[in-house]
Design a protein around this ligand. Sequence first.
Ligand code: ADP
Length: 374
Amino acid sequence: MVNQPKWNILVVDDTSDNLRLLSETLGQRGYEVQCAINGQLALATIQYGLPDLILLDIKMPGLDGYEVCAQLKANPTTAQIPVIFLSALDEVQDKVMAFQAGGVDYVTKPFQVEEVLARVSHQLTIRQLQVQLQQQNIKLHHLNQDLTRSNQELEQFAYIVSHDLQQPLQTITGFAELLLGLGSSLQTQEELEEYVTPILEEGIRMQELIKSLLNYNRVETSQRKLEIIDCNIILKETLKKLQLTIEESGAIVTAANLPEIWGDRVQIGQLFQNLISNGIKYRRPGVLPKVIISATRKSTEWMFEIHDNGIGIKPENFNRIFQIFQRLHAYQDYPGNGIGLAICKKIVERHRGRLWVESEIEIGTSFYFTIPDQ
Ligand code: ADP
């Protein structure tokens, strides 16, 4: 601790011999030393940078050491700086006053250099431990806040998941019971299908929900490192996966030349897939769906746009749709589980970018996301 070069000590004494002796000795031990020959100058010096410790003479013309110390302790920015008093006064009462003024220690003049150094080092150790403790406390406070937040999220998540899984389960058990009751009275294949089809459909819906939930959960826990990826290649792979949807809907998907970015190839593919498939899914009846993908360079990031000519979204729902399980339509009209955009948001945030929407009802929607440079 004695050889800590980073510590900065302010020595305040109206006797120049003392100032010289202390500043030389402390300087030799690796401390940075500033000097002030009276109380006013000491307070002025502190304005330009806070010392880690102050050696403060008591008896000085003008402001005495007690007054300087009281002013320092009254100011929140300087209150934590430890003050060691230096004085020829050796009365018990003076020492008591020094501690009352906020001093942490007291050295009697004429002082022994080794004693001063030992007391300085001791106080700096305490100070360092205090700072570490404060930092640990702040960290603990933040961790506590994070924990409370994630507990609340988990609670809400469990509630919604169980609710969304209950619904198809009820259909499945309901139809299974009906089927059991009817038993051998079922005559034809059509009759059988009437009861079995909803069971199958709801089973598939549950499978999809579980798959999406696992995907949602995996975004942040992904171990894949970000790398340079060519978005033209990623898009090509994505369109291949969407081939059936594109063919069935007759959608026209066009893309400008896309950039290389710093990203997770699987997640960026998923991002494209969710946004493009939404662009096709939320089409206007009787209107050929068109989706246009483009990217614009913005200072230190790329801004992507996925534009469609679909049903549009009202501005009051612009934030809501990015929350998990939030849907604006009935499953019968537009099937889905409300997880896609929440996954997109997490993916973009993992890439330190932003995702937002602009839209006009019955005209179309643009989803924008940014991906910053490495
Ligand atoms: P899902 O499509 O499974 O419902 P998403 O999270 O992908 O879930 O989307 C949430 C909601 O946002 C959708 O239910 C829909 O109401 C709305 N939405 C998303 N994309 C579009 C779009 N391109 N055009 C119109 N509405 C959209």
